[in-house]
Design a protein around this ligand. Structure first.
Ligand code: ADP
Ligand code: VHF
Length: 367
């Protein structure tokens, strides 16, 4: 299998504030991507810009704010976006394919497997698949909202070698450079800490959506899935190859993990937790640092409405989220056995299927 690169391009790099596509930018990126293909990489493109490309064409003077207006603009703009890419890539003899996804597609293992099979075949045939969110059918709470998260999920799904998130800023700075001119750039980030989150602000222009915050979110998802991430600017010929080779103008988020099995990707980033377990310091250490399962004795509190087999979030004594797991008991059972030793659990419950509250094979650390 040749190396796979997922490239995400934000609205701010493709469109103008007045609305409409910047065709020069599109042909520049098509050129950069075709060079990567020539170097032997398989490239998957996640592109934003449908709303920005379509809102003028459909008759709005400003980028719309209401959901149904944005969806209408995106429906118009998506066709314009694909047309522009197809024209630009055709000049390099490259065929494109359009793939529109929503968060629910990732929640369903079957839909995800189908998507993976289609993508594998497209890559086999030498095509460059182009992804965007399926804005028309996405509903508020299910929306990716920005395509940064989508790009991380795609990168994990196809086990990419790199995720390159391209934007109008050359990396993550110690503060938004638009507001803090003396901010300095991070070249490498080993671990995404709370401090990194606190400096990553919102969108810098009326074109973008998630700003650096959603890019850090995306970097967290991808690096947890074993995919290293570059966030930065690609505006000169050769910049995209430099970004792949570690010499890009931006910030690199390192990963020390191997690619995550699909089941754990689902558990960590696509599942919906139905409850929360609070654990004590001993259980935190056992689960997070020693790779052990969670036993009833380590559980301090429980909240939510769930049954055995559902996903729950686990927090430590200070309320910090440690990860997610599939729970082996109903909430009512946990209320009876929290803090109890294994012997007591067998005395309290009439039948115990598995002693662990969460087995280590059904757990993902998200710190
Ligand atoms: N700490 C930070 N470092 C760099 N940029 C930041 C930071 N915090 C916020 N930003 C803003 O994030 C913007 C990029 O995100 P966004 O506008 O959503 O672009 P895109 O459309 O490419 O996704 C930058 O233009 C910048 O103003
Ligand atoms: N799906 C939307 C993406 C919205 C958006 O602006 O995202 P981004 O520029 O990546 O922050 C579109 O194509 O307009």
């Amino acid at each position: 299998m040749s190396s796979r690169i997922v490239v995400k391009i934000g609205s701010s790099s493709l469109t103008s504030v007045e609305g409409g596509l910047n065709r020069d930018a599109i042909s520049f990126f098509a050129n950069e991507i075709s060079n990567l293909k020539r170097d032997g990489y398989e490239v998957l493109l996640v592109t934003s810009g449908a709303v920005a490309a379509g809102f003028r064409a459909i008759g709005y003077s400003f980028r719309p704010k209401l959901l149904h207006e944005k969806q209408a603009a995106a429906a118009v703009g998506q066709a314009l976006l694909m047309q522009a890419y197809q024209e630009a890539f055709a000049g390099h003899g490259i065929i494109n394919a359009q793939i529109l996804l929503t968060r629910t597609d990732f929640i369903s293992r079957q839909r995800m497997n189908n998507a993976v099979m289609t993508i594998e075949e497209l890559l086999n045939q030498g095509a460059v698949p182009i992804f965007n969110e399926n804005d028309t059918v996405s509903v508020d709470e299910l929306k990716f909202g920005d395509n940064d998260t989508l790009s991380a999920m795609v990168a994990n799904m196809v086990k990419a070698e790199h995720l390159l998130i391209l934007t109008d800023m050359d990396g993550l700075y110690s503060g938004d450079p638009r507001k803090h001119p003396n901010a300095v750039r991070f070249d490498h980030i080993e671990h995404i800490t709370e401090e990194i989150y606190s400096i990553a602000g919102g969108a810098g222009s009326s074109l973008g959506t998630g700003g650096m915050r959603s890019k850090v979110d995306a970097a967290k998802i991808a690096t947890r899935g074993g995919v290293p991430v570059f966030v930065g600017k690609v505006s000169e010929p050769g910049d995209l190859s430099h970004a792949v080779n570690g010499q890009g103008r931006g910030t690199y988020f390192d990963t020390h993990l191997n690619s995550l099995p699909v089941k754990k990707q689902w558990l960590g980033f696509m599942s919906t937790p139905l409850g929360t377990l609070q654990v004590d310091d001993g259980a935190e250490k056992a689960m997070v640092h020693n790779g052990h399962s969670l036993l009833p004795v380590g559980v301090k509190n429980v909240a939510g409405h769930f049954h055995a087999g559902d996903v729950v979030e686990v927090v430590n004594a200070r309320g910090v989220i440690l990860g997610r797991g599939i729970v082996n008991y109903d909430v009512e059972q946990i209320q009876q056995i929290l803090g109890k030793s294994s012997t007591e659990v067998f005395q309290i419950l009439s039948s115990v299927h598995r002693l662990e509250v969460i087995h280590r094979d059904e757990w993902i650390t998200l710190l």
